[in-house]
Design a protein around this ligand. Sequence first.
Ligand SMILES: NC(=O)C1=CN([C@@H]2O[C@H](COP(=O)(O)OP(=O)(O)OC[C@H]3O[C@@H](n4cnc5c(N)ncnc54)[C@H](O)[C@@H]3O)[C@@H](O)[C@H]2O)C=CC1
Ligand SMILES: CC(=O)C(=O)O
Ligand SMILES: [Mg+2]
Length: 561
Amino acid sequence: MTTKKIDATRFHGQELIDTPLLNKADAFSDSERTTFRLHGLLPPSVETIETQLERVKDAYQQKTTDLERHIYLRALQDTNETLFYRFMVENVTDLMPMVYTPVVGLGCQKFSEIYRRPRGLFISYPLRDSIDTILEAVSDQDVRVIVVTDGERILGLGDQGTGGMGIPIGKLSLYTACGGIAPEYTLPITLDVGTNNQERLDDPLYIGWRNRRITGDEYVAFVDAFVAAVKRKWPNVLLQFEDFAQNHATMFLERYRDQLCMFNDDVQGTASVVVGTVLSAVKVSGRPLSDQRVVVVGAGSAGCGIAEQMIQLMVEDGVDPKEARSRFYMIDREGLVLDTQQGLWPFQAKLAHTAADLAAWPAGAVPGKFSFLETVKNAKPTILIGVTGQPDIFTQEIIRTMAATVERPIVFPLSNPTNRCEAQPADVLAWTNGRAIIGTGSPFQPVPHDGKLYPIAQTNNAYIFPGLGLGILALGIPRVSDGMFMAASRALADANTGGDGSVPVLLPPLSDIRAVSRAIAIAVAKAAIKDGLVAAADDDTIAAKVDATMWNPEYRDYVAA
Ligand SMILES: NC(=O)C1=CN([C@@H]2O[C@H](COP(=O)(O)OP(=O)(O)OC[C@H]3O[C@@H](n4cnc5c(N)ncnc54)[C@H](O)[C@@H]3O)[C@@H](O)[C@H]2O)C=CC1
Ligand SMILES: CC(=O)C(=O)O
Ligand SMILES: [Mg+2]
């Protein structure tokens, strides 16, 4: 039995109904209607949330396109958050694709067109001297988690300018639906520094700052000013960077990670979910981790983050650090990343191969280079990961070449949304006669093959950040360490039951995501204690703090403040 919570509010009448965090619509009780002067503003029937949900389900089922479903859910969120989250939590597998990838991608592309009412903060460059004042606009709110983007690399869809706001809103919806973080703690922010997307600039409906992106020192100074203002206003907040362009993601991570409680989801959250899923895939493959060779296609934020955490995993498994690094082959637009390549970012250079490493390989078609296919032929990877945003680059030839030398190829085309995925799971399974062990970034239906149904593991950072955030908030962890991500990966792998073994099952079902997030939160808390970030606590205390932090979407009784 849940205890009914009582909240005090100073809002009355229409203002109370118009506040999505507090609104209960016609579920306000008779006495609340009297206290808050709601009689007459609502029809006489007093309903339960269950009855309201029936109406929501009916309305949702009337929608005929995914974009309409997205708009409907966003409108519900902007009207009655408790009801929205109840609907989400009870139907997470079906609804997550509508508020998150893949449909949020379209939501970002059409953000200005479908814009209804504001949510979160838009901090535009022309207002750069007023950031503190802008943050004051939400000073009523107890902000504990911020997701911030500048909209430059939205999923695999490139620069969406202010439309990128769909991503912080979607990510924070998952913090609540999947991780149990109270919605009142969450704040989406878009840093509007312009856009280089000409279609957006030419669109009369575009709601952003109609300017090309500011760059260089001006841009960095603006982000610095934003982070400094956040620290002043909410010194203990968790700040998640999301969908920044490659040249900024790792740079800001290094710049701020010791200054406040922050992380970059595309670099670290992605690496963490990949490591968690790889741990399960390696079990299925029957080949020990120490014996795996990995080709990562897309040497960007996600790709290099994944490689670094996987190297760490191998090292923890007993492989010599240099040897572990040598097992990774990063492919970018020019083929295999080599140390002779001009213009590598430092995080790419650390993963580059030297000519000496590859002395045994026959020369490539282009002297001094190795194409993706040539690398697959020579390196004989057991694991292939795609994070390029380029659809279909895992061709039949690539997959068949890989599968010729490995019994159970582990193939993870991880780019989002669905139309940016590097390969169709059904093709990969067909090309490998059902031998491939597959993970994708966006959801795919299970694939029928040879009389069996193969589930496709949604290897998305959404399995990690809600639980990570829950652990951080529950214990008041002040910084985010690498150890916390590794603990999250291992907790994710531990939460996987593996099914009956007839087909690869790499991740627990999304329907269990709140329990998974709880387990991740506890593991993250223990890692933070181990890393000396917070005071020691026993297991029961940690679990109790995590449970006490988890918010459930149920109506509270209100009393006047
Ligand atoms: N499944 C998940 O949880 C996540 C998936 N992703 C996906 O990964 C993709 C990349 O994200 P980031 O690494 O942040 O972007 P990024 O821009 O930092 O990196 C992408 C890299 O791919 C390279 N690339 C582009 N075309 C290529 C080609 N044909 N061959 C080889 N390399 C090529 C680019 O040069 C760049 O270095 C996006 O589509 C994103 O949706 C990102 C984060 C999480
Ligand atoms: C999932 C995610 O963070 C991305 O595709 O960017
Ligand atoms: Mg992202």
